[in-house]
Ligand binder design. Structure first.
Ligand SMILES: Nc1ncnc2c1ncn2[C@@H]1O[C@H](COP(=O)(O)OP(=O)(O)OP(=O)(O)O)[C@@H](O)[C@H]1O
Ligand SMILES: [Mg+2]
Length: 391
C-alpha cells in the first residue's frame, strides 16, 4: 500500500515542481509525455523480462514465454530468484491454464462472461505475455466493416499506382497472421454476422486471400486470435455455429467470494491510483469491503447472511464498477476530504452505479437502504452518507 500523506499537514507551496498534497509526478515536464495508460507489455516490462530470463520450459513457436510462464505472469507468483510477479487476474488457476493452452493449439480463444469480469483485461495480458504485443486489436461494434478484419486500401496510392501490396492497408488480424502473433477481437458478438464470418477462413484455413492482387497471406506459426464477448449484450448464439466451432470458449466467472472481490478491487484501485498520480490515501480496505458487500448483495438478490431477499437493480454492478466507485471515492477523499476514504466519498458513486433506471432502481435502492443498511451494526455513517445523496 502507498504511503499516506495528510493533506492538511503539507505546507502551502509556491514552487510548481515540489510535491503538493502528496502528488508524485506532476512537476513541469516530468512524466508529462508518458502515456496515460501504457500497454500491458510496457507497464509490466520488468516482470516479463524476469520471466523470460528464468523460464527454461519449452516455448511454442514465436511465443515469448512458455505456457507455464504466461500463466504465472497472469496469476502471479515468486520466481526462483525472488522476483515477485504481481497477479493480474484473480480467479481459478484452471481457467487461465485452459486459456493459455488453447492459444498454443490451432483453435482460437473466446473469452465469455458478464460485463466487468476481466475479459478484455485477460486478453490484453495474454497477448502481451505471448507475443510481447497487445496492440493488434479490432474493436467490434455494430458498424465494424470487413476491412477492419481483412484489409483496406490507401486510396491515394491505389488511384496513383493501382492495386499493389504498397496500397494495401493490413488489418491487425492480417499483421498478426504475417508476424505470427496474437490478434484480439473485442466484443465479437456485436459485429454483424456476415462480417464475423470473415474470420471463418482465417481461423480454419489460416489464410487470408487478397483477390485484387491474386495473392494471399498465410498465417505463420505463432498466430492465434483471442475474442471477447459479453453474454449480457447479445447472446453468444449470435455467433454462427461454423465460427463457434473454431473457438474454445472459456467463461470468466464473477468473483466467488467477497474476499476475492475485495482483493481484486483493492489491487486494481491501488494500481489505477498510482498510474493517475492520485494523492496517496491510506488503506481504505473497510470502505472497499462495504462497497463490495453492497454490490454483491444487490447483485445476488439476497443479504450476505442469507436472511433477507432483495430486489436486484437493472445495472450489472460488476467488479469493474466497484473499482470505479472506489477510485472515484479515493479522488474525492484526497482532493476534498481529509485524506481518508470515508462512506461519504463512495456514497454518490454507489448511487450512480445502482440507480440506472431513475424510477425502478431508485425504489430498489431505497428499500435496501431502509431494510438492510439502516439496521446493520457499524454502518450508521454509511447509511447517513447514502441518505444524503439519495434525494
Ligand atoms: N477476476 C479479476 N481479476 C483481476 N481484475 C479483475 C477481475 N475482475 C474484474 N477485474 C478488473 O475489472 C476491470 C474491468 O475489466 P474488463 O474491462 O476486462 O471487463 P470485461 O469483462 O471486458 O467487461 P465488458 O464486458 O464490459 O467489456 C479491469 O480493470 C480488471 O482489472
Ligand atoms: Mg471488455
Amino acid at each position: 500500500m502507498r504511503v499516506s500523506v495528510d493533506p492538511m499537514s503539507v505546507e502551502p507551496n509556491t514552487s510548481e515542481s515540489a510535491p503538493v498534497n502528496g502528488y508524485t509526478g506532476a512537476g513541469p515536464g516530468e512524466g508529462l509525455s508518458a502515456p496515460l495508460r501504457p500497454h500491458a507489455e510496457d507497464a509490466f516490462a520488468a516482470e516479463l523480462a524476469a520471466l523470460d530470463v528464468q523460464d527454461d520450459r519449452p516455448r511454442p513457436a514465436r511465443w515469448k514465454l512458455s505456457p507455464w510462464a504466461v500463466a504465472t505472469y497472469l496469476l502471479g507468483g515468486t520466481l526462483p530468484d525472488g522476483t515477485v510477479i504481481t497477479p493480474k487476474y484473480v480467479g481459478p488457476r484452471r481457467i487461465v491454464e485452459v486459456a493459455v493452452t488453447t492459444l498454443a493449439t490451432d483453435r482460437a480463444l473466446l473469452l465469455l462472461g458478464v460485463p466487468g469480469t476481466a475479459k478484455t483485461w485477460v486478453s490484453e495480458h495474454l497477448a502481451a505475455a505471448i507475443s510481447g504485443d497487445s496492440t493488434l486489436l479490432v474493436q467490434g461494434t455494430a458498424g465494424t466493416p470487413e476491412e477492419a478484419i481483412r484489409y483496406g486500401w490507401n486510396y491515394a496510392r491505389l488511384l496513383a499506382h493501382g492495386p499493389s501490396r504498397d496500397a494495401l492497408v493490413p488489418s491487425p488480424v492480417m499483421r498478426a497472421m504475417a508476424e505470427g502473433r496474437v490478434a484480439r477481437v473485442e466484443e465479437l458478438t456485436r459485429i454483424p454476422a456476415d462480417v464475423q464470418d470473415t474470420l471463418i477462413t482465417i481461423l480454419s484455413e489460416k489464410t487470408l486471400p487478397i483477390p485484387e492482387l491474386g495473392q494471399e497471406v498465410q498465417a505463420v506459426r505463432g498466430f492465434n486470435l483471442i475474442a471477447t464477448a459479453n453474454d449480457r449484450d447479445r447472446g453468444v448464439n449470435d455467433l454462427s455455429s461454423a465460427l463457434r466451432r473454431r473457438f474454445n470458449t472459456v467463461v470468466l466467472p464473477l468473483p466467488q467470494s467477497a474476499d476475492a472481490e475485495v482483493d481484486i478491487v483493492s489491487r486494481r484501485v491501488d494500481q489505477i491510483g498510482r498510474s493517475l498520480d492520485l494523492p496517496a490515501v491510506p488503506d481504505g480496505i473497510d470502505e472497499i469491503r462495504r462497497v463490495v458487500t453492497v454490490f454483491r448483495e444487490l447483485r445476488d438478490g439476497v443479504t450476505t447472511d442469507g436472511r433477507t431477499k432483495l430486489k436486484s437493480p437493472s445495472g450489472t454492478l460488476s467488479t469493474a464498477e466497484a473499482i470505479s466507485v472506489v477510485t472515484g471515492g479515493l479522488a474525492l477523499a484526497a482532493h476534498f476530504g481529509d485524506g481518508v476514504l470515508r462512506a461519504s466519498d463512495v456514497a454518490a458513486g454507489i448511487l450512480g452505479a445502482v440507480v440506472r433506471d431513475p424510477a425502478a432502481d431508485r425504489v430498489v435502492w431505497q428499500e435496501y437502504l431502509e431494510a438492510v443498511v439502516r439496521e446493520r451494526e457499524g454502518w450508521t455513517d454509511f447509511y447517513r452518507a447514502c441518505r444524503e445523496v439519495t434525494v
